[in-house]
Design a protein around this ligand. Structure first.
Ligand SMILES: Cc1cc2nc3c(=O)[nH]c(=O)nc-3n(C[C@H](O)[C@H](O)[C@H](O)COP(=O)(O)OP(=O)(O)OC[C@H]3O[C@@H](n4cnc5c(N)ncnc54)[C@H](O)[C@@H]3O)c2cc1C
Length: 402
């Protein structure tokens, strides 16, 4: 058996193409979208024109047999700007809700609709979190009630990436049998333009401001029965198992999130690498006490530490992505481990970059202060650090840790 950490020729070409896109299209606009917090439609359109923002493009990257193509692309684009990267790839979260739980017919119907075309950009949003249900989804209040052949959804979702944007396919997790907790929940597609779904308050965030985050209000939102992801038969069987107290292989939201965490980790690696490279260049040209600061041990050791953390994080991300693609079980919470390590690397490396730039790192003349603000969310969304520790700890101790 051959072991290799080298990218294939195809992966290397894609990495270079994405790096050019990140350098020439994404990064120059990073500060503008950080300041305005607008959705970067023009950049998403550019991404659509080169086939990156499309169902075929994303499916092709997911189809890469090593599992590495998608993290490589995410790292490069987040190196350009994490908020813009999320504005482009936020759609894949709702998409994973569809591909993870939908029937082949539902995937064929809704996956292309999540992207639209370069002339008519669509989005997707994955609506799980609520005011009273963040880490602990058992408190979810949004309900789905069967009414004739339709389902009727009511509730209020918080912190939703792409939530309420026009032409968005919303995937909503709702409680069908609240007394069963997370096992009584199901996922529904709410097609763009469905009456009763509206955007609520748009959040004002400290970082990744190019990515839209808002409340989603659901007021008697009526969807046909074929919008229930996975179909009625599968839902009934899973509710029956839950009522009998039998163990389940998946819950509506948790399975989707565990699979996407390493990709979120790849984005964090991209931010960390941007900050490291910037700080290294700066340290070579900034002089103090008769020479470049890169020659001061305290600075050089910090750079060595930064690079070590980035490489370690990337290796964990790649391992988890490879495991996911190869269908291997995350026996020790390897998906969570990857995101934990990458988020920690992003936060600490961006902070070290500010330190290396001194006072210049603290002001908006240089991008490192923005990258530090951007990095902090990686310890919060798609599972906080504390929840991911819990997942890893429960897996390695083979017991339920609360
Ligand atoms: C920018 C952004 C984008 C987001 N996008 C989406 C999206 O697209 N879709 C979506 O559904 N959600 C989204 N979220 C929501 C995100 O997933 C939640 O914020 C996250 O899951 C944490 O939930 P919470 O904010 O309610 O914190 P809480 O769950 O209230 O946690 C508060 C604190 O308690 C800790 N804690 C909770 N339980 C435990 C425990 N058992 N042991 C130890 N500590 C614990 C947490 O780690 C945290 O430190 C987004 C959030 C942000 C900030």
């Amino acid at each position: 058996m051959t072991v290799s950490f080298e990218l294939s020729e195809e992966q290397q070409m894609m990495k270079e193409e994405m790096h050019t896109f990140a350098k020439e299209v994404v990064r120059p606009q990073g500060r503008h979208y950080d300041e305005t917090a607008e959705t970067p439609y023009e950049i998403i359109q550019e991404a659509a024109k080169i086939g990156l923002y499309s169902w075929e493009g994303v499916a092709g990257m997911f189809g890469d047999p090593t599992g590495l193509m998608f993290p490589v692309v995410n790292e490069e684009l987040a190196w350009g700007d994490a908020g813009i990267n999320l504005a482009i790839f936020g759609t894949t979260l709702g998409l994973s809700g569809i591909t993870g739980r939908g029937t082949p017919e539902q995937i064929g119907r809704w996956a292309p609709e999540c992207f639209g075309t370069p002339e008519d950009i669509h989005f997707s949003a994955y609506c799980v979190t609520e005011a009273e249900a963040g880490s602990d989804l058992s408190g979810m209040k949004t309900t789905a009630r069967k009414d004739g052949d339709d389902w009727v959804l009511n509730g209020r979702k918080y912190f939703i990436t792409n939530g309420g944007l026009p032409k968005t396919v919303h995937v909503v997790v709702a409680s069908v049998e609240p007394e069963l907790g997370t096992r009584g929940q199901a996922s529904f597609v709410v097609p763009p333009g469905t009456p009763g779904l509206e955007m609520g308050h748009k959040e004002v965030k400290m970082g990744i401001r190019a990515s839209h985050t808002a409340e989603v209000l659901l007021d008697d939102v009526r969807v046909p029965s074929d919008c229930l992801l996975g179909g009625e038969e599968r839902l009934r069987a899973s509710l029956d198992r839950a009522r009998r107290g039998e163990s389940s292989r998946s819950q509506a939201a948790m399975g989707t999130l565990e699979g996407s965490r390493p990709i979120v980790g790849a984005q964090a690696v991209g931010i960390a690498r941007a900050a490291f490279e910037y700080a290294l260049d700066y340290a070579k040209t900034r002089h103090a006490f008769g020479g470049p600061i890169v020659e001061k041990q305290a600075i050089a050791y910090m750079l060595a530490d930064m690079r070590t953390k980035i490489d370690a994080a990337r290796l964990l991300v790649w391992r988890a992505c490879w495991m996911g693609r190869a269908g291997k079980t995350f026996e020790a919470g390897e998906g969570s481990m990857a995101k934990l390590m990458a988020a920690e690397a992003a936060v600490s490396v961006t902070q070290q970059a500010i330190q290396i730039l001194g006072g210049h790192g603290y002001v908006a003349d240089h991008p490192v202060e923005q990258w530090h603000r951007d990095s902090l969310v990686y310890k919060l969304f798609e599972g906080t650090d504390q929840i991911l520790w819990l997942i890893v700890a429960s897996a390695i101790a083979n017991t339920r840790i609360r």
